[in-house]
Design a protein around this ligand. Structure first.
Ligand SMILES: [Zn+2]
Length: 489
């Protein structure tokens, strides 16, 4: 058994004006065939699982490119084609192979390619031929397309949001594809379009029970795998809606029937699972009036993990306008301001122009008198069991104990330690009234334990969470909540 493994992905917010070029891939994660020798992170971990399982089966592994870009706007065509072609050349050189296992995102768009994963899978099929078994692991914020299903033998998405199950899904994909290669099973895929645009957190009910139910259905009665692809609301592509994906053993009708019935269950839960969002002015007023802090107010619309710039100033401006004290906001992606702070040095006082630099959705920059309270080069923050680099980080304090953390490597705020690493210099999060991380959901595991209350705030930033009003042009099918009943029209 020879297994070919690779990773290529990003989550493309087609509404974000930030181009995704080679520099982003280099800054985020880029290995040319040796990712499994480096530290494990969310995107390399599946490759490590596939290597270990292949070798445990006495097989041989050929490892190709592994790269991922921090979510942003449409990928530069030359960057995508160059990375894709490196994988295809490695595959050509490795032939014949039994298994091709690709770790991808599923919502990657490049200039000229609405469906990068479908393109990559199809080209792998063309190179490797019909005999090879091709499997793909996808983030659940993916857009499942007919081309992807046509080219691949098996696709499995994460089941959990936050994404804590990348290794488990990788192991399942390996087993499924190996069984197919040795003729034990004959996987067939069926997809049901739920015609919904939404986000679904899985640590809470009713989605927690739905995840358990999907797992219960697997491995019995001819069902090999069940995935719920949530879709990515900010990708304007023809297949942007949520989809149920079922893999059965040789029985198309069975796969189709189950996908449809599980899709109906998701539809029934739509009102219960719609996210609870609060307009940011109201959110900050509520936080200020809370009897005790810290209240965590998530700046959902400026989440870099969804392709936003992470330099929007709407909430900061509101904090200043209301004269709210004892708070902290971050991470602001502002390499230029960091440059000035480092030049001025620790303890210096200056008038600094902060944020609002990337695009209209960033709001306006804010000129603020600040003290440079801390500088950390090559800072990190925890994300689950791994650490995530955030570049150089600077802690600023303005009048009223308004604290800001700026960083030089764009990324969402996963954990209080992104701020708390300044603790040795005097930062004490528990004494603050309001904490504002730029994140949609991944912040929750770390921040909820230190919060008296968590509020998800909407603002005019890049991620519009009023899903019915997102300006799709390529998604042609009706969808909820844009229409009440998308199956009616
Ligand atoms: Zn995701």
């Amino acid at each position: 058994m020879k297994t070919f493994i690779a990773c290529l992905g990003t989550e493309t917010n087609t509404f974000s004006p930030i181009p995704t070029g080679l520099q982003n891939f280099q800054d985020t994660m880029l290995y040319h065939g040796d990712a499994t020798q480096g530290p494990a992170d969310m995107h390399t971990a599946p490759l490590m699982v596939w290597r270990d399982m292949t070798e445990a089966d006495g097989g041989e592994v050929v490892e190709s490119l592994a790269t991922f870009a921090q979510p942003a706007g449409i990928t530069v065509r030359a960057a995508y084609e160059g990375l894709r072609d490196e994988i295809l050349q490695d595959l050509q050189a490795a032939l014949p192979v039994d298994l091709i296992l690709l770790n991808m995102h599923g919502a990657m768009v490049a200039d000229g390619y609405d469906d990068c994963e479908g393109d990559l899978l199809q080209r792998c099929r063309d190179v490797a031929g019909a005999e090879a078994i091709i499997g793909g692991e996808l983030d659940l914020h993916c857009s499942i397309t007919p081309q992807m299903c046509e080219a691949a033998d098996a696709l499995i998405t994460y089941k959990e949001y936050p994404h804590i199950d990348t290794k488990e899904r990788a192991a399942e994909l390996y087993n499924l594809c190996r069984d197919a290669r040795i003729g034990k099973t004959k996987p067939v895929m069926a997809v049901h379009d739920c015609r919904m645009v939404n986000t679904w957190g899985t640590p809470v009910e009713p989605m927690k029970a739905f995840v358990a139910r999907m797992q219960d259905l697997e491995g019995r009665d001819g069902i090999l795998s069940v995935s719920f692809a949530h879709g990515f609301p900010w990708g304007d592509v023809p297949c942007a809606t949520a989809r149920m994906l079922v893999i059965a053993d040789g029985d198309d009708a069975k796969a189709e029937a189950l996908a449809k019935s599980l899709g109906a269950e998701i539809w029934q839960l739509r009102h219960e699972t719609a996210p609870l969002m609060t307009p940011y002015r109201e959110a900050l007023a509520r936080a200020a009036a809370a009897p005790a802090g810290p209240v965590v107010v998530a700046d959902v619309a400026d989440n870099a993990g969804g392709g936003a710039p992470s330099d929007a100033t709407f909430l900061l401006q509101e904090i200043l306008d209301r004269g709210l004290t004892d708070n902290i906001l971050g991470l602001y992606w502002d390499p230029m301001a960091i440059r000035l702070c480092k030049e001025a040095g620790l303890g210096s006082q200056l008038t600094l122009r902060i944020g609002g630099k990337c695009c209209r959705e960033s709001g306006l920059p804010i000129d603020l008198d600040v003290t440079v309270e801390g500088i950390i080069e090559n800072a990190v923050q925890p994300f689950g069991s791994v650490t995530q680099p955030i570049g150089d980080a600077v802690w600023l304090r303005a009048a009223g104990n308004v604290n800001l953390v700026l960083n030089s490597l764009r990324g969402q705020t996963f954990h209080p330690d992104a701020f708390g690493q300044f603790g040795p210099f005097g930062m004490e999060l528990s004494s603050l009234k309001i904490i504002i991380p730029k994140s949609s959901q991944h912040f929750y595991a770390g921040f909820a334990p230190i919060a008296t209350e968590v509020i998800y705030a909407t603002s005019p930033g890049t991620l519009n969470t009023d899903f019915g009003t997102i300006g799709f042009t390529k998604l042609k099918t009706p969808f909820w909540p844009n229409v009440e009943d998308p199956y009616d029209s």
